[in-house]
Design a protein around this ligand. Structure first.
Ligand SMILES: *[C@@H]1O[C@H](CO)[C@@H](O)[C@H](O)[C@H]1NC(C)=O
Length: 311
Protein backbone atom coordinates (compact mmCIF):
# COMPACT_ATOMS: atom_id res chain seq x y z
CA UNK A 1 0.00 0.00 0.00
CA UNK A 2 2.86 2.30 0.84
CA UNK A 3 4.47 1.56 -2.51
CA UNK A 4 1.38 2.64 -4.41
CA UNK A 5 1.42 6.37 -3.67
CA UNK A 6 5.17 6.73 -3.90
CA UNK A 7 6.06 9.14 -6.68
CA UNK A 8 9.72 9.39 -7.48
CA UNK A 9 11.42 12.76 -7.16
CA UNK A 10 13.26 13.60 -10.38
CA UNK A 11 14.54 17.03 -9.42
CA UNK A 12 15.17 19.21 -6.40
CA UNK A 13 14.62 22.93 -5.94
CA UNK A 14 17.20 25.16 -4.26
CA UNK A 15 15.98 27.89 -1.98
CA UNK A 16 19.15 29.88 -2.66
CA UNK A 17 20.86 32.41 -0.44
CA UNK A 18 17.95 34.65 0.34
CA UNK A 19 14.49 35.59 -0.84
CA UNK A 20 15.30 39.09 -2.04
CA UNK A 21 15.59 39.18 -5.81
CA UNK A 22 17.54 42.45 -5.80
CA UNK A 23 20.14 41.13 -3.37
CA UNK A 24 20.60 38.01 -5.50
CA UNK A 25 21.19 40.06 -8.63
CA UNK A 26 23.58 42.22 -6.67
CA UNK A 27 25.52 39.12 -5.49
CA UNK A 28 26.00 37.88 -9.06
CA UNK A 29 28.97 40.13 -9.75
CA UNK A 30 31.03 39.32 -6.59
CA UNK A 31 30.38 35.58 -6.94
CA UNK A 32 31.29 35.41 -10.61
CA UNK A 33 34.42 37.48 -9.90
CA UNK A 34 35.48 35.12 -7.10
CA UNK A 35 34.92 32.11 -9.35
CA UNK A 36 36.95 33.67 -12.15
CA UNK A 37 39.78 34.38 -9.69
CA UNK A 38 39.64 30.80 -8.36
CA UNK A 39 39.72 29.43 -11.89
CA UNK A 40 42.59 31.59 -13.14
CA UNK A 41 44.61 31.59 -9.89
CA UNK A 42 44.60 27.83 -9.37
CA UNK A 43 45.24 26.88 -12.99
CA UNK A 44 48.06 29.41 -13.08
CA UNK A 45 49.67 27.81 -10.02
CA UNK A 46 49.41 24.33 -11.59
CA UNK A 47 50.94 25.54 -14.87
CA UNK A 48 53.79 27.43 -13.16
CA UNK A 49 54.71 24.46 -10.95
CA UNK A 50 54.45 21.80 -13.65
CA UNK A 51 56.42 23.77 -16.25
CA UNK A 52 59.29 24.98 -14.04
CA UNK A 53 61.80 22.25 -13.28
CA UNK A 54 63.16 24.22 -10.29
CA UNK A 55 59.86 23.47 -8.58
CA UNK A 56 59.86 19.70 -8.93
CA UNK A 57 60.03 18.90 -5.22
CA UNK A 58 57.41 17.28 -2.96
CA UNK A 59 56.21 20.58 -1.50
CA UNK A 60 55.44 22.04 -4.91
CA UNK A 61 53.80 18.89 -6.19
CA UNK A 62 51.55 19.00 -3.14
CA UNK A 63 50.78 22.68 -3.79
CA UNK A 64 49.97 21.96 -7.45
CA UNK A 65 47.68 19.14 -6.41
CA UNK A 66 46.00 21.36 -3.82
CA UNK A 67 45.34 23.99 -6.48
CA UNK A 68 43.98 21.38 -8.84
CA UNK A 69 41.59 20.06 -6.17
CA UNK A 70 40.51 23.60 -5.23
CA UNK A 71 39.78 24.39 -8.84
CA UNK A 72 37.61 21.27 -9.17
CA UNK A 73 35.94 21.77 -5.79
CA UNK A 74 34.73 25.25 -6.56
CA UNK A 75 33.62 24.16 -10.02
CA UNK A 76 31.21 21.64 -8.48
CA UNK A 77 29.11 24.29 -6.73
CA UNK A 78 30.01 27.87 -7.67
CA UNK A 79 29.03 28.07 -11.38
CA UNK A 80 25.62 26.55 -10.65
CA UNK A 81 24.92 28.77 -7.65
CA UNK A 82 26.12 31.87 -9.49
CA UNK A 83 23.90 31.36 -12.52
CA UNK A 84 21.05 30.40 -10.16
CA UNK A 85 21.24 33.89 -8.65
CA UNK A 86 19.66 35.23 -11.84
CA UNK A 87 17.09 32.43 -12.08
CA UNK A 88 13.63 32.46 -10.56
CA UNK A 89 13.33 28.70 -10.27
CA UNK A 90 16.57 27.08 -9.18
CA UNK A 91 16.22 23.40 -9.97
CA UNK A 92 18.72 20.57 -10.10
CA UNK A 93 18.08 17.06 -11.38
CA UNK A 94 18.27 14.13 -8.98
CA UNK A 95 21.42 12.93 -10.73
CA UNK A 96 22.96 16.39 -10.65
CA UNK A 97 22.29 16.54 -6.94
CA UNK A 98 24.03 13.20 -6.34
CA UNK A 99 26.98 14.34 -8.44
CA UNK A 100 27.29 17.48 -6.31
CA UNK A 101 27.30 15.40 -3.13
CA UNK A 102 29.84 13.00 -4.61
CA UNK A 103 32.00 15.85 -5.92
CA UNK A 104 32.01 17.96 -2.77
CA UNK A 105 32.83 15.04 -0.49
CA UNK A 106 35.32 13.41 -2.86
CA UNK A 107 37.28 16.61 -3.44
CA UNK A 108 36.79 17.96 0.08
CA UNK A 109 37.98 14.62 1.48
CA UNK A 110 41.02 14.57 -0.81
CA UNK A 111 41.79 18.19 0.06
CA UNK A 112 41.86 17.38 3.77
CA UNK A 113 44.47 14.65 3.25
CA UNK A 114 46.54 16.98 1.03
CA UNK A 115 46.45 19.73 3.66
CA UNK A 116 47.53 17.28 6.37
CA UNK A 117 50.31 15.99 4.11
CA UNK A 118 51.47 19.56 3.50
CA UNK A 119 51.49 20.24 7.22
CA UNK A 120 53.57 17.09 7.74
CA UNK A 121 55.91 18.05 4.88
CA UNK A 122 56.59 21.47 6.47
CA UNK A 123 57.02 19.80 9.87
CA UNK A 124 59.72 17.50 8.47
CA UNK A 125 61.39 20.34 6.52
CA UNK A 126 61.58 22.64 9.54
CA UNK A 127 61.93 20.27 12.49
CA UNK A 128 63.99 17.48 10.87
CA UNK A 129 65.82 19.29 8.05
CA UNK A 130 68.70 16.80 7.88
CA UNK A 131 66.36 13.90 7.22
CA UNK A 132 64.03 15.74 4.87
CA UNK A 133 65.19 14.21 1.61
CA UNK A 134 65.10 10.69 3.00
CA UNK A 135 61.67 11.10 4.62
CA UNK A 136 59.81 13.02 1.89
CA UNK A 137 61.02 11.54 -1.36
CA UNK A 138 59.15 11.60 -4.63
CA UNK A 139 57.84 8.08 -4.21
CA UNK A 140 56.26 8.87 -0.85
CA UNK A 141 54.77 12.05 -2.26
CA UNK A 142 53.08 10.20 -5.11
CA UNK A 143 51.89 7.58 -2.61
CA UNK A 144 50.36 10.22 -0.34
CA UNK A 145 48.55 11.85 -3.27
CA UNK A 146 47.08 8.44 -4.14
CA UNK A 147 46.02 7.97 -0.53
CA UNK A 148 44.21 11.32 -0.64
CA UNK A 149 42.27 10.31 -3.77
CA UNK A 150 41.40 6.89 -2.37
CA UNK A 151 40.22 8.26 0.99
CA UNK A 152 38.19 10.98 -0.75
CA UNK A 153 36.62 8.39 -3.04
CA UNK A 154 35.69 5.95 -0.29
CA UNK A 155 34.41 8.73 1.95
CA UNK A 156 32.11 10.08 -0.77
CA UNK A 157 30.95 6.90 -2.49
CA UNK A 158 29.77 5.28 0.76
CA UNK A 159 27.56 8.26 1.56
CA UNK A 160 26.14 8.51 -1.95
CA UNK A 161 25.31 4.79 -1.99
CA UNK A 162 23.46 5.19 1.32
CA UNK A 163 21.48 8.17 0.01
CA UNK A 164 20.64 6.38 -3.25
CA UNK A 165 19.06 3.65 -1.13
CA UNK A 166 16.62 6.10 0.47
CA UNK A 167 13.15 6.71 -0.97
CA UNK A 168 12.47 10.27 -2.12
CA UNK A 169 8.80 10.87 -2.79
CA UNK A 170 7.56 14.16 -1.48
CA UNK A 171 9.30 17.37 -0.48
CA UNK A 172 11.81 18.67 -2.98
CA UNK A 173 13.02 21.96 -1.55
CA UNK A 174 16.66 22.06 -0.45
CA UNK A 175 17.16 25.12 1.73
CA UNK A 176 20.63 25.96 0.42
CA UNK A 177 22.48 26.73 -2.79
CA UNK A 178 23.92 23.25 -3.34
CA UNK A 179 23.03 19.66 -2.43
CA UNK A 180 24.63 18.78 0.82
CA UNK A 181 24.01 15.56 2.71
CA UNK A 182 22.18 16.78 5.84
CA UNK A 183 19.71 18.86 3.81
CA UNK A 184 19.03 16.18 1.21
CA UNK A 185 18.58 13.43 3.81
CA UNK A 186 15.92 15.52 5.49
CA UNK A 187 13.82 15.16 2.32
CA UNK A 188 13.73 11.35 2.31
CA UNK A 189 10.32 9.83 3.08
CA UNK A 190 11.59 7.66 5.90
CA UNK A 191 12.80 8.56 9.33
CA UNK A 192 16.46 9.38 8.74
CA UNK A 193 17.31 10.98 12.08
CA UNK A 194 19.67 8.25 13.29
CA UNK A 195 21.17 7.67 9.87
CA UNK A 196 21.82 11.41 9.50
CA UNK A 197 23.69 11.47 12.79
CA UNK A 198 25.84 8.50 11.71
CA UNK A 199 26.60 10.00 8.29
CA UNK A 200 27.28 13.47 9.63
CA UNK A 201 29.60 12.23 12.32
CA UNK A 202 31.56 10.39 9.61
CA UNK A 203 32.36 13.75 7.96
CA UNK A 204 32.65 15.54 11.28
CA UNK A 205 35.11 13.07 12.80
CA UNK A 206 37.13 12.98 9.59
CA UNK A 207 37.41 16.78 9.54
CA UNK A 208 38.18 16.98 13.26
CA UNK A 209 40.95 14.35 13.03
CA UNK A 210 42.58 16.14 10.09
CA UNK A 211 42.29 19.44 11.93
CA UNK A 212 43.95 18.06 15.07
CA UNK A 213 46.81 16.51 13.03
CA UNK A 214 47.37 19.84 11.32
CA UNK A 215 47.36 21.75 14.58
CA UNK A 216 49.93 19.31 16.02
CA UNK A 217 52.29 19.87 13.06
CA UNK A 218 51.89 23.63 13.19
CA UNK A 219 52.47 23.68 16.94
CA UNK A 220 55.72 21.73 16.50
CA UNK A 221 56.76 24.05 13.68
CA UNK A 222 56.03 27.20 15.66
CA UNK A 223 57.84 25.90 18.75
CA UNK A 224 60.89 24.87 16.71
CA UNK A 225 61.04 28.19 14.91
CA UNK A 226 60.61 30.22 18.09
CA UNK A 227 63.20 28.20 20.04
CA UNK A 228 65.96 27.69 17.49
CA UNK A 229 65.83 30.34 14.86
CA UNK A 230 66.30 33.99 15.68
CA UNK A 231 66.25 35.60 12.24
CA UNK A 232 63.88 33.32 10.35
CA UNK A 233 61.30 33.48 13.13
CA UNK A 234 59.16 36.37 11.98
CA UNK A 235 58.91 35.13 8.39
CA UNK A 236 58.07 31.58 9.46
CA UNK A 237 55.61 32.99 11.95
CA UNK A 238 53.75 34.98 9.29
CA UNK A 239 53.71 31.99 6.91
CA UNK A 240 52.40 29.72 9.63
CA UNK A 241 49.77 32.23 10.69
CA UNK A 242 48.40 32.52 7.18
CA UNK A 243 48.34 28.73 6.76
CA UNK A 244 46.55 28.35 10.07
CA UNK A 245 44.00 30.98 8.99
CA UNK A 246 43.12 29.01 5.85
CA UNK A 247 42.97 25.78 7.80
CA UNK A 248 40.58 27.28 10.34
CA UNK A 249 38.40 28.79 7.60
CA UNK A 250 38.19 25.43 5.84
CA UNK A 251 37.83 23.04 8.75
CA UNK A 252 35.92 25.29 11.18
CA UNK A 253 32.73 25.41 9.08
CA UNK A 254 32.94 21.69 8.16
CA UNK A 255 33.29 20.65 11.76
CA UNK A 256 30.54 23.02 12.85
CA UNK A 257 28.05 21.91 10.19
CA UNK A 258 28.58 18.19 10.60
CA UNK A 259 29.27 17.76 14.29
CA UNK A 260 26.95 20.42 15.69
CA UNK A 261 24.24 19.86 13.12
CA UNK A 262 22.11 22.70 14.45
CA UNK A 263 18.93 23.60 12.64
CA UNK A 264 19.75 27.21 11.90
CA UNK A 265 20.01 27.02 8.16
CA UNK A 266 21.17 30.58 7.51
CA UNK A 267 24.24 29.87 9.65
CA UNK A 268 24.88 26.69 7.67
CA UNK A 269 24.49 28.56 4.38
CA UNK A 270 26.84 31.27 5.49
CA UNK A 271 29.44 28.74 6.67
CA UNK A 272 29.12 26.59 3.54
CA UNK A 273 30.24 29.61 1.52
CA UNK A 274 33.61 29.37 3.27
CA UNK A 275 34.58 25.84 2.37
CA UNK A 276 33.05 25.77 -1.08
CA UNK A 277 33.88 29.28 -2.32
CA UNK A 278 36.25 31.26 -0.10
CA UNK A 279 39.02 28.75 0.68
CA UNK A 280 39.50 27.68 -2.97
CA UNK A 281 40.21 31.29 -3.91
CA UNK A 282 42.40 31.97 -0.85
CA UNK A 283 44.59 28.87 -1.11
CA UNK A 284 46.63 29.90 -4.17
CA UNK A 285 47.04 33.40 -2.75
CA UNK A 286 48.16 32.26 0.69
CA UNK A 287 50.09 29.07 0.08
CA UNK A 288 51.66 29.79 -3.23
CA UNK A 289 51.85 33.34 -4.43
CA UNK A 290 53.52 34.59 -1.24
CA UNK A 291 56.30 32.07 -1.80
CA UNK A 292 59.58 33.50 -3.16
CA UNK A 293 60.47 30.45 -5.26
CA UNK A 294 57.11 30.74 -7.00
CA UNK A 295 57.60 34.46 -7.55
CA UNK A 296 60.96 33.70 -9.21
CA UNK A 297 59.34 31.01 -11.34
CA UNK A 298 56.65 33.45 -12.47
CA UNK A 299 59.38 35.93 -13.45
CA UNK A 300 61.19 33.17 -15.37
CA UNK A 301 57.96 32.15 -17.06
CA UNK A 302 57.26 35.79 -18.00
CA UNK A 303 60.78 36.19 -19.37
CA UNK A 304 60.48 32.97 -21.31
CA UNK A 305 57.19 34.00 -22.88
CA UNK A 306 58.32 37.51 -23.81
CA UNK A 307 61.64 36.10 -25.10
CA UNK A 308 59.74 33.70 -27.31
CA UNK A 309 57.41 36.36 -28.69
CA UNK A 310 60.39 38.62 -29.48
CA UNK A 311 62.25 35.87 -31.35
C1 LIG B 1 50.26 15.82 -8.12
O1 LIG B 1 51.35 15.17 -7.52
C2 LIG B 1 51.96 14.17 -8.31
C3 LIG B 1 52.95 13.39 -7.48
O2 LIG B 1 53.78 14.16 -6.71
C4 LIG B 1 52.59 14.83 -9.54
O3 LIG B 1 53.26 13.90 -10.32
C5 LIG B 1 51.45 15.49 -10.32
O4 LIG B 1 51.98 16.17 -11.43
C6 LIG B 1 50.65 16.45 -9.44
N1 LIG B 1 49.46 16.88 -10.17
C7 LIG B 1 49.18 18.14 -10.41
C8 LIG B 1 47.91 18.46 -11.15
O5 LIG B 1 49.87 19.04 -10.03
Amino acid sequence: MEEANKSVVSEFIFQGFCTSKELQIFLFLPFSTIYLMTFVGNLFVVVVILTDHHLHSPMYFLLANLSFVDFCLSSVTTPKLTTDLLQDSKTISFGGCMIQILGVHFLGGAEMVILVTMGYDRYVAICKPLHYSSIMDRQKCIGLIWVSWIIGFLHSIIQVVIILGLPFCGPRVVDSFFCDIPLVMKLACVDTDTLTIVINSNSGIYATTSFILLMISYTYILLTVLLYSKNGASKALSTCTSHITVVVLFFGPCIFIYLWAVNITWVDKFLAVFYTIITPVLNPAIYTLRNNEIKNAITRLGRGLSGRSLA
